[in-house]
Design a protein around this ligand. Sequence first.
Ligand SMILES: CC(C)(COP(=O)(O)OP(=O)(O)OC[C@H]1O[C@@H](n2cnc3c(N)ncnc32)[C@H](O)[C@@H]1OP(=O)(O)O)[C@@H](O)C(=O)NCCC(=O)NCCS
Length: 165
Amino acid sequence: MRRLKIRRAEPSDFEAIWPIFREIVSAGETYSFAPDTSKEEAFDTWMVKPQVTFVAELNGQIVGTYFLKANQPCLGNHVCNCGYMVSSRARGKGIASAMCEHSQVQARERGFKAMQFNFVVSTNEGALRLWQELGFEIVGTLPKAFRHKDKRYVDAHVMYKWLDT
Ligand SMILES: CC(C)(COP(=O)(O)OP(=O)(O)OC[C@H]1O[C@@H](n2cnc3c(N)ncnc32)[C@H](O)[C@@H]1OP(=O)(O)O)[C@@H](O)C(=O)NCCC(=O)NCCS
């Protein structure tokens, strides 16, 4: 039986996170991070700068990860921001969905009132559909804000969900 466990990431987990990060970022399709981001920069981005980072383990293997942090300082810090990554080998099994639900619980426990995704690339249709299913709305569109790996300029969406009931 398959078992999914989401837990806080330890620095040593980065050895398993790095291949997932590298695969996704080097594709240049979904995140604005430089496709040639180094392992050290990736560690800083994913493990150091966020307030907290989690991993999703399927049968003891790390297959996904997300971070959570305040989206703005001070007067905007009741809104959090998360980034999610799932290994291409483990997609379509509900791992991102479980991580996003988990992140909303974590966000509420940490006192956040809302969650914002700043840059959902419009061609990332699976992610867009998933976030919408989970209650996020497109509140704005940045025309041609993302330079896709094939050099096309494509739109990016800002997505938002108020968490406080
Ligand atoms: C976007 C991303 C995080 C989604 O991860 P995922 O784990 O595959 O997502 P889920 O499995 O939760 O949901 C994806 C689809 O699988 C379906 N699904 C969910 N549980 C399922 C299950 N048990 N069995 C089969 N399919 C399932 C979902 O309904 C969804 O279907 P849809 O595409 O028709 O909406 C992943 O593709 C990824 O890491 N992409 C690259 C980075 C990225 O784009 N990050 C998000 C930036 S905004």
